[in-house]
Ligand binder design. Structure first.
Ligand SMILES: [Zn+2]
Length: 397
């Protein structure tokens, strides 16, 4: 094997890469449910080769193929539906307005989704906003009396930068989807012509939270990168920014940095538990847990099959889709996925092809077991099953 075949870390270019686990075929678009079973079964898939960089504490899919993924439409991270999250976003926007005196300024948000956060930033300081998102859906945007915002259904490029002349740029839950984060950040720096007065705010999920929480079913193809605070600071430094602040947020589930074009300095103080040697322990434990869980579920589902039982999965989010795809040899036994979201019902899971059904559907079926994907909803689901008058064996994944 020549040196060109050595896996290199997309953040620090390091070569001390440890393999954590592999999923042979994960749906490329985990969050897309298909209207027809045939389409679902032929949905695109790719391998997840999850690896850990010892030098910078970065977790990434070393087998990610950027040509497979296309975020044209239908990508929807619906975080904004939770009141807890809305409260967090509101406090964050106020903090940014105060800290960087964002009043009467020009703000760009890349990957703005439905524009909720951008609207908060604009309303809090009387700012003018430009929201960029290729999967932007104009009919889902709420209008506002107090904020002036322009939405562009395109990638943010130099062409637009010249027009928008932003004072502040933000992107939340975007960088983990980008195959070459350094290139993205270098290009971005070019669009602001290295102006040091422009502040960048970047937020991503905290990989350390996923590793510690043993969220093994949270791995999805859409995420090329799983940043830790250490690797998030490092990627900005390497791309030619000074990182002026950074921390964990939202109960440790997110991490963020604030940066300006610069010489690669960092003012962020990392705690011991965020250093690569410590993160590595969690990464190894995560890999062990993944292997053990998959083996345990294979045995369990094989036993259910022998006993002639008929399980369903409850929850058609990314956890459910990943679970079904990792254990796809049991696709004949698990025929349905229950989800209370009416937009998901009647649709089909990518590759494994289960139909998503409402809870009431279970009345007409000889279902015996319910496998709950998200333990947070166990109480609610148990109550629903009781209301339906069903006697089912309930377990959480
Ligand atoms: Zn690295």
């Amino acid at each position: 094997m020549g040196p060109e075949n050595v896996t290199r870390c997309p953040v620090c270019d390091g070569t001390q890469i440890n393999d954590l686990l592999r999923i042979d075929a994960a749906p490329v678009l985990c969050n897309v449910l298909w209207p027809e079973e045939r389409q679902a079964r032929s949905a695109r898939h790719g391998p997840l080769g999850v690896a850990y960089c010892e030098a910078c504490a970065h977790v990434f899919n070393k087998e990610h193929d950027p040509d497979l993924a296309d975020y044209g439409t239908a990508y929807d991270n619906s975080l904004h539906y939770s009141p807890l999250f809305n409260d967090y976003a509101r406090r964050l926007s106020q903090r940014l307005v105060d800290r960087y005196d964002l009043r009467g300024k020009r703000i760009v948000e890349i990957g703005c989704g439905k524009g909720d956060f951008l609207r908060m930033l604009c309303e809090a300081g009387g700012n003018f906003g430009y929201g960029f998102d290729r999967s932007f859906e104009p009919d889902r945007v709420q209008t506002s009396d107090t904020a002036e915002i322009a939405y562009v259904q395109d990638l943010y490029t130099e062409k637009y930068a010249a027009r928008c002349r932003p004072d502040f740029l933000c992107f939340r839950h975007v960088l983990e989807h980008i195959d070459r984060p350094i290139d993205f950040l270098v290009d971005l720096r070019r669009t602001i012509a290295d102006r040091k007065d422009v502040v960048i705010y970047c937020e991503v999920p905290n990989a350390l939270f996923t590793l510690k929480d043993l969220g093994i079913w949270d791995l999805i193809y859409e995420h090329c990168s799983y940043f830790t605070l250490h690797s998030l600071v490092a990627v900005f430094q390497r791309a030619g920014y000074d990182v002026v602040a950074g921390d964990e947020a939202f109960g440790g589930q997110f991490i963020w940095v604030e940066a300006r074009a610069g010489a690669g300095q960092s003012l962020v103080t990392l705690s011991e538990h965020q250093m690569p040697s410590q993160v590595r322990l969690h990464a190894d434990a995560f890999a062990d847990q993944y292997g053990a869980s998959v083996r345990a579920w294979r045995d369990r589902l094989a036993a259910l099959t022998r006993e002639g039982r008929r399980p369903v999965v409850w929850g058609a989010g990314s956890k459910g889709v990943t679970f079904l795809n990792v254990l796809k040899e049991f696709g004949d036994q698990i025929q349905y996925v229950v989800d209370v979201n009416p937009h998901k019902q009647g649709r089909y899971v990518p590759i494994t092809g289960q139909r998503v059904v409402p809870a009431e559907f279970l009345r007409s079926q000889r279902v015996t077991d319910v496998l709950i994907m998200n333990p947070l909803y166990e109480k609610e689901i148990t109550a629903t099953i009781r209301e339906l008058g069903l006697e089912l064996n309930i377990s959480t994944v």
